[in-house]
Design a protein around this ligand. Structure first.
Ligand code: AMP
Length: 398
């Protein structure tokens, strides 16, 4: 069965076609700068034994045109992906916020669309373009089942003591103010891969997603019991441009003493904090390079970044009541031995022992970087959110 996976952002659409059940990617691509003159279409064909990259500069006015372009690429005889649109049996959509309503993947109908729209108040930058992707995909692929895979769904198994904030009940009951968590598709994917790799379904895991956005989850027997992001993706770990946990009093102080507006505080927290706030640079590779040159700010930023991870490893070991494995994933987690080592440093008392001869080796695929005798296994597992969306979509439409 062939499935199309769509991740629609405000000015971009990412797409991949999978052949299931063998997880085969036939094509993956990205249409960027939708609505601008300088839009660009990039895609890669994954044919047996060869990878062909194509890049086309062409103005794409809106999401509908983008999806029509995707259909054209898929139907192009030379690309050998599909011969007619009906071959795409389902379209799996990434949807960022499913609130409390969506605990799992669902087939999209009018009611689901209305709920995604309603939930836009909780993810104003993400849910509206996700919904737009659904609407245009239904027009362009009318025969395919449309499926929504929510980033928040994996975290819906958290108990109230983990997701409730100690603020007046009314704010939860009337406005839905609670922790929802993000990156759920990635945490679910790597937790499942770890269970397969370690051949056990009864594991106590900590999954650490370190990309531009960063979050951690405590996962017990495949279910999330706590996570670092909250109502919004601003909570928890230090990220590229977001600082993570902060005393909420700081925000009141900035407003009342320095007259900063909500919009200014929003900009500081979302765009000017994290690694960027501490060093002026948001890309981890650049910050690591600065540290190598002896830059004091970069050294401090990396200490703050890894200290926060370490604090959550300790905290999640406590809530899990033990720990079998730690999993590092995403851009930083998969590629930086320094960050992995510094985050786990000094935790031998918990049974965590990194083997630096394994940690420093660059390798693809799932790998163990802890010492043979380490009670807690430390793993690097490349995340693959698109594949997880394809698997979820397949499991519901097959
Ligand atoms: P993602 O959001 O998963 O694409 O991750 C993006 C982040 O991964 C950026 O901060 C990159 O600097 C970081 N990254 C990518 N490659 C490396 C690398 N080799 N070493 C350290 N960080 C990296």
């Amino acid at each position: 069965m062939k499935l199309l996976v769509i991740n629609a952002g405000s000015s971009s659409v990412k797409f991949q076609v999978f052949e299931m059940t063998n997880d085969l990617v036939l094509v993956s691509g990205l249409i960027e700068k939708i609505g601008e003159e300088s839009s660009e279409i990039k895609f890669e064909l994954h044919k047996a034994g060869e990878n062909n990259s194509v890049r086309i500069a062409e103005p794409i006015k809106n999401h509908k045109e983008a999806l029509q372009k995707v259909a054209e690429i898929l139907l192009d005889k030379e690309n050998q992906i599909i011969e007619n649109k009906e071959e795409i049996k389902a379209v799996g959509h990434r949807v960022v916020h499913g609130g409390e309503k969506f605990k799992e993947t669902v087939i999209i109908n009018e009611e689901v669309k209305a709920m995604i729209k309603e939930l836009s108040s909780l993810a104003p930058l993400h849910n509206p373009p996700n919904l737009q992707g659904i609407v245009v995909a239904t027009e362009v692929f009318p025969e395919a089942k449309q499926v929504a895979v929510f980033d928040t769904a994996f975290h819906q198994t958290m108990p109230p003591k983990a997701y409730r904030y100690a603020i007046p009940n009314k704010l939860y009951e009337e406005y839905g103010i609670r922790a929802y968590g993000m990156h759920g598709t990635s945490h679910r994917f790597v937790a499942n891969e770890a269970a397969r790799f370690l051949d056990s379904n009864t594991l106590k895991l900590i999954t650490i997603h370190l990309g531009n956005g960063c979050s951690m989850a405590a996962v017990k027997e495949g279910e999330c019991i706590d996570t670092t992001m909250g109502l919004t993706p601003l909570a928890g770990l230090v990220m590229g441009t977001r600082g993570g946990d902060i005393d909420p009093g700081v925000l009141i102080h900035l407003g009342s003493k320095y007259n900063l507006s909500i919009a200014e505080i929003d900009k500081i927290l979302n765009k000017e904090s994290g690694l960027k706030g501490l060093t002026g640079l948001n890309d981890m590779r650049d910050v690591l390079e600065l540290k190598e040159k002896g830059n004091i700010q970069a050294t401090l930023a990396l200490e703050v970044y890894t200290y926060r991870i370490k604090k959550y490893i300790g905290s999640y070991s406590a809530v899990l009541g033990g720990l079998d494995a730690i999993i590092f994933t995403a851009g930083v987690g998969e590629n930086s031995p320094f960050i992995r080592d510094a985050s786990c440093e000094g935790m031998e008392f918990l049974g965590i022992q990194i083997d630096n001869s394994k940690n420093n080796v660059r390798k693809k695929g799932v790998r163990i970087i802890s010492k043979e005798e380490s009670k807690v296994k430390v793993l690097v597992i490349p995340t693959n959110e698109e594949l997880e969306i394809a698997r979820q979509t397949f499991s519901i439409v097959k």
